[in-house]
Ligand binder design. Structure first.
Ligand SMILES: Cc1cc2nc3c(=O)[nH]c(=O)nc-3n(C[C@H](O)[C@H](O)[C@H](O)COP(=O)(O)OP(=O)(O)OC[C@H]3O[C@@H](n4cnc5c(N)ncnc54)[C@H](O)[C@@H]3O)c2cc1C
Length: 350
């Protein structure tokens, strides 16, 4: 366990902005996390690898606990991983044991903890699909308890745990399978597999195809590797729209796919027929790739990724995000929700 005072959080996040934590504890194991949380008189701010949060320039008061480290175990077809384990380490372990069920989520930058809390998803698989149970630390009761999957509600990029801020996930168990459970149906990934001569019906090749597809989409990020691209992945969730709007927005697709195909891809992404692609929504509202606001831009190839440029502040990112939300509401009457979590305080423009 490492403890720091007035430690800047920007380097601990993928957006690379944000002020200091009054006290920062890096918990490197399950035991570290329990020891740290048990000793605090007030609930802590919790983070994993900082790949989905925007920390305020004012920083965070009290204690912030980062869960980074732990162990992964496989017994039969059950994989158990501590919350601070890098998600892809858990997936690599599953694949080494010939276990299916997580492979389509390879290289999503995440801790195991927030993989469950945020119900991460990609290419037709979501973390909750194979979840069995989680161990949590209750910051109010100061106790560890086990919660079974059916005691948690999961939805598209969300879970009921996000409303139970006192609960910190410590460990998660997944029921995997020796047989393939989800078929890869995502067009761009299938095409890349064909191009590389890889067979997506085998476990190792399936992972390779996903990693290459993510690499080409600029969707790979590792906490300790320097990169010029500072994003939090897709900043906005795919919004719920009427069926009529979904069909209208599908016209903004630029892949040449049929309307039915575009709507179907939205389902594969973990949505349903009435979830429009947030990328199509931004295009329909008049935003464009590479659009720049001083030191924040929409990624030149991926409109949903807000990227910070040198010297950007968290408030600038917040302002751009709010401008997008308000413009989408006023032009299209669609409520856009951020996928990224805001930590600390931000100035709201009237
Ligand atoms: C390049 C890039 C690509 C991405 N691609 C995808 C994708 O394909 N699919 C997808 O679903 N997401 C994607 N994301 C988003 C990101 O990977 C996920 O949201 C991930 O779960 C973030 O995990 P984290 O540990 O970094 O969370 P953090 O950013 O550290 O934390 C976010 C919030 O999670 C909560 N939290 C974290 N750990 C715990 C815990 N142990 N217990 C309770 N609460 C906790 C806290 O409230 C915290 O504020 C992408 C992000 C990036 C940067």
């Amino acid at each position: 366990m490492k403890t720091f005072h007035n430690e800047y959080l920007a380097p601990y996040t993928s957006l690379r902005v944000g002020g200091p934590a009054e006290t920062l504890i890096i918990a490197e194991s399950y035991a570290d996390t329990v020891t740290a949380l048990s000793s605090l008189s007030k609930p802590a701010h919790i983070m994993g690898y900082g790949a989905n949060c925007l920390v305020s320039d004012q920083g965070l008061d009290g204690t912030t606990v980062l869960l980074r480290g732990g162990t992964v175990n496989v017994e039969g077809t059950t994989l158990t991983a501590d919350a601070g384990i890098w998600w892809d380490t858990a997936i690599q372990t599953a694949i080494q044991h010939g276990l299916w069920g997580l492979e389509l989520m390879s290289e999503i930058p995440s801790s195991v903890g927030n993989a469950v809390v945020g119900n991460i998803a990609a290419y037709g698989q979501q973390a909750s699909d194979t979840l069995l149970w989680i161990d949590v630390f209750d910051q109010k009761q100061k106790e560890v308890r086990r919660i079974k999957k059916d005691q948690v509600t999961f939805g598209y990029r969300e879970s009921s745990l996000q409303k139970q801020l006192e609960l910190v996930v410590l460990r998660a168990a997944f029921q995997l399978s020796m047989l393939r459970t989800v078929e890869l149906k995502y067009d761009s990934a299938i095409t890349i597999g064909e191009e590389l001569g890889l067979d997506h019906t085998t476990l190792a090749h399936c992972r390779d195809i996903i990693i290459e597809t993510r690499r080409r989409a600029g969707s790979i990020w590792h906490p300790n590797e320097p990169t010029d691209l500072h994003t939090a992945g897709s900043f906005f969730k795919n919004p719920m729209v009427s069926e009529k709007q979904a069909r209208e927005l599908a016209h903004f697709d630029e892949t040449g796919a049929t309307l039915e195909r575009v709507i179907n891809q939205s389902k594969i992404h973990g949505g349903n027929a009435q979830r429009a692609s947030a990328a199509h929504v931004l295009l329909a509202a008049g935003f464009h790739r590479g659009q720049r606001w001083d030191r924040v831009e929409l990624h030149p190839s991926h409109i949903l990724k807000l990227a910070t440029l040198d010297g950007a502040s968290a408030q600038e990112v917040y302002d751009v995000a709010m401008e997008i939300v308000q413009t989408v509401k006023s032009k299209l009457d669609i409520d856009l929700e951020t996928e990224v979590k805001f930590l600390g305080t931000f100035n709201k423009k009237c």
